[in-house]
Design a protein around this ligand. Structure first.
Ligand code: TEU
Ligand code: CA
Length: 630
């Protein structure tokens, strides 16, 4: 039974019912009410359009002093284009291959710009496209001003950037400066001799001082973040793979290199940066033992280096503040306690950050992402996202995501990808992402309801994290079968399978052999099939993007969690300028009820993933419904 989305028709059927009583008075009252509502909406739209015109003008004009660009609203919701934006993330390696080598590339993305425009999104975040030997798929950069040869040329990049700007799409790149590639000229120089001028661009520990204090590597087969290099009889630090040596931000020359590179891309017209593990950049270079207070949580320890905020304020002064750009930190190791230190506007550091507390839910503690057989608790899920909403209630601004290139597909991880539930639960999760008081970061392919491919064999994996963790467990004689089962849910490659365009070979992603296998369900789950199907995940996505953009209450409105302890339903309201929205989300494959104390029968349905939205809070399996109260 293909659930037809709720739009106007449901509303008309419920209004029909009301008319049996004394018609004239009711008709008059309804007409008056409609007139008032239309007036309010017109008012809202006028001011939002004014704001948009303002932002668009601002985007093309040099940066204006903050006060003008985002007049402070009474409730502290200073308007900013990146608060009202929808960020769509593209993993270039898997989006569209234009030359048949099985690897996605920049010309491939350029060929799909009209599709991106059709989605209604504003900002495109591209994972790294810089020169790289791809030990970690681009997160190991060998030239920060060069384009990865597999992805194309600088001309291809310039054409892509122009194509985006011509369509009023902004382009955000990925700044990977906690570490570089070991094939970067800086590291080649640095490892060549102890008195090379680039020596202090990295962290070296002379072996004659003995083994340095342990440091955990997230990717190293032995988990060791120190690698001995005999050329200079020294160890170098690498929080990720051995081919990703950490840069020494304590060195002002290195910092100026980074700021100059950022200005290079901003001068080209790039609209911002997503910043890779940026909380990790500052190290205590005496490399003491990790203090007990971190209870083995390396992420938290790495994220609290002594000068991280001094450097981000310097970066803001030397680069960011000179352009009207957006910045978002990958907030590894950041908690609600120190999040505002990064994004409080008065600190002149960054605009936003994304945290890992939500996406870490449901894994067995201290495991290599082994899912808890009991699944995840919705009550905990709700508490986490409500807590983070409160962090940014008056200052800063939040982000919301459920998927990206480091996460499995959201419908498999948080929804239900069984055939009868995949579309409904995908739409339900999309509804959540577009009705929170935070900028949504949406991962390419989730708009189609793409789910995990669930490889059974290690040979099918390409990701260094899966391959090295597998080797690590094998070396320790651990349970490889359990690990492979767990990776079917948790592995990053599940989020990296090629984008599904149509039913031609390899889903129309490539005419060659794809670098990573295509999910065989591309025969039904693809853009071509969903484009013309009004009830597809794709068109639901387009509808809810438009709904968010047309209703500032869904962007800036105050968030209030309802029915907190309900284990099956996520219910919350959004309120702004007298408007009140209720969102009901059923996270289970069974009918459930929400106790919100609000009578939805008196409300107008704005959108839902069933033909008729629940008239009484009794929700159908995976039902999502957005109501407005008058
Ligand atoms: O990810 C940092 C990070 O924390 C990831 O290691 C994440 O925790 C893990 O993969 C989840 O399984 C960033 C990039 O997003 C990631 O793709 C890179 O591999 C990593 O940094 C190193 O640059
Ligand atoms: Ca290619």
């Amino acid at each position: 039974m293909k659930a037809k989305d709720t739009g106007q028709e449901a509303e008309s059927s419920r209004q029909g019912a009301n008319l049996i009583f004394n018609s004239d008075a009711i008709r008059e009252r309804l007409i008056m009410r409609k007139f008032l509502i239309a007036l309010a909406t017109l008012g809202e739209l006028l001011c939002v359009t004014a704001c948009r015109v303002e932002n668009r003008k601002a985007a093309n004009e040099p940066a204006q002093p903050a006060a003008v660009a985002g007049e402070a609203r009474a409730d502290g919701n200073a308007r900013k284009w990146w608060k009202e934006a929808v960020v769509y993330q593209i993993y270039p390696r898997s989006f569209k291959d234009s030359n048949g080598d099985g690897i996605g590339d920049l010309r491939g993305i350029t060929s799909k710009l009209d599709y991106l425009k059709s989605l209604g999104v504003d900002v495109i975040w591209l994972n790294p496209v810089f020169s790289s030997p791809n030990d970690d798929n681009g997160y190991d950069i060998s030239d920060y001003r060069g384009i990865m040869k597999e992805f194309g040329t600088m001309q291809d990049f310039d054409a892509l950037l122009k194509g985006m700007h011509d369509r009023n799409l902004k382009l955000v790149m990925d700044l990977v400066v906690n570490h570089s590639s070991d094939e970067h000229e800086w590291f080649k120089q640095s490892r060549s001799s102890r008195d090379n001028p680039y020596r202090d661009y990295y962290h070296w520990w002379p072996a004659e001082k003995g083994k340095p204090a342990p440091r955990r590597s997230f990717f190293d087969v032995n988990g060791d973040a120190w690698k001995f290099d005999e050329t200079t009889n020294s160890y170098y630090l690498h929080y990720f793979s051995q081919k990703q040596p950490d840069l020494n931000w304590e060195n002002p020359k290195l910092r100026e290199e980074i700021y100059s590179m950022m200005r290079f891309w901003f001068d080209k017209g790039v609209d911002g940066f997503r910043m890779d593990v940026i909380p990790f950049i500052s190290k205590d270079t005496t490399f003491p033992e990790m203090p007990a207070k971190y209870k083995g949580d390396w992420g938290r320890f790495y994220a609290n280096g002594p000068y991280v905020h001094k450097y981000l304020q310097e970066m803001n002064k030397e680069a960011l503040s000179k352009y009207d750009v957006m910045t978002v930190a990958e907030g590894t190791g950041v908690t609600t306690a120190d999040a505002l230190d990064y994004v409080d506007a008065d600190r002149n550091e960054l605009n936003m950050l994304y945290h890992f507390e939500g996406v870490s839910l449901g894994y067995l503690p201290d495991s290599l992402k082994i899912p808890d057989p009991k699944g995840y608790s919705l009550v905990e899920f709700k508490n986490i996202y409500s807590k983070w909403d409160s962090v940014f209630a008056d200052k800063g601004w939040g982000t919301i995501y459920l998927g990206n290139h480091d996460q499995p597909r959201m419908v498999t991880r948080w929804g239900n990808d069984a055939p009868q539930w995949r579309e409904l639960s995908s739409k339900m999760l999309t509804t959540f992402l577009f009705t929170m008081r935070a900028t949504p970061y949406y991962y390419a392919g989730d708009e189609l309801g793409m789910n995990n491919i669930k490889f059974a064999r290690i040979e099918d994996y390409r990701d260094i994290e899966s391959l090295n963790w597998y080797q690590q467990i094998k070396n320790k004689g651990g349970d490889l079968r359990q690990f492979l089962e767990a990776q079917k849910i948790a592995a990053r490659d599940n989020g990296r399978t090629p984008f599904q365009w149509d039913t031609t070979a390899n889903a129309g992603f490539t005419t060659g052999t794809p670098w990573l296998k295509v999910n065989p369900n591309y025969t039904t789950v693809n853009v071509a099939a969903e484009d013309n199907n009004a009830n597809s995940c794709l068109n639901y996505f387009r509808k809810i993007v438009k709904l968010r953009k047309d209703n500032p209450v869904l962007i800036y409105g105050k968030y209030t969690l309802l029915d907190q302890d309900n284990p099956d339903v996520y219910a919350y309201t959004r309120e702004l300028d007298g408007r009140k929205i209720l969102v009901l989300l059923n996270f289970k494959d069974k009918p459930v009820s929400a106790k919100t104390g609000l009578d939805v029968s008196k409300a107008k349905v704005l959108l839902g993933n069933y033909p008729t939205a629940s008239p009484n809070g009794q929700l159908q399996p995976y039902e999502a419904a957005i109501y407005e109260f008058w």
